[in-house]
Design a protein around this ligand. Structure first.
Ligand SMILES: [Zn+2]
Length: 134
């Protein structure tokens, strides 16, 4: 089951296995209480993932102008194998510790001009057989 919006993800409850939010309206913040309102923000996504993200194997968040991804964002997504963060504005600091996701096999980071993964980070990922595409 592929969810292409957060509404769809919520509707599918825990049965969605893929979430594709490419250049998505859902990543533009509409919460006036959030400091990032009107800008790219993952706060709504965080709530949806916490509720319905447990069976997701693939999340595509490319093309959303995201400049940060909260460290706890994928905490409930223990089955995540493929994560695409392509074409955003992320830096190594901004992706935090997401490369520690236990089942992760593929991490796509291309098109983030400020992204420079350290050799140490590469080696750690390689050791765990996580493929990184930059
Ligand atoms: Zn927000």
């Amino acid at each position: 089951m592929v969810a292409k919006s957060l509404a769809e993800l919520n509707r599918l409850k825990g049965t969605a296995t893929k979430l594709h939010l490419v250049s998505s309206e859902d990543i533009v913040c509409r919460d006036i209480q959030c400091e990032r309102v009107t800008r790219p923000c993952a706060c709504k996504l965080a709530v949806a993932l916490e509720k319905s993200g447990q069976n997701l194997r693939e999340i595509d968040l490319s093309g959303n102008n995201l400049d940060s991804v909260p460290e706890s964002l994928f905490e409930k997504c223990a089955n995540l194998e493929r994560l695409s963060l392509r074409n955003n504005k992320l830096t190594v600091e901004a992706i935090g510790k997401h490369y520690k996701l236990r089942k992760l096999k593929l991490l796509e980071l291309g098109g983030n001009p400020g992204m420079e993964l350290s050799v140490e980070c590469y080696n750690r990922l390689a050791k765990r057989n996580v493929k990184v595409r930059v």
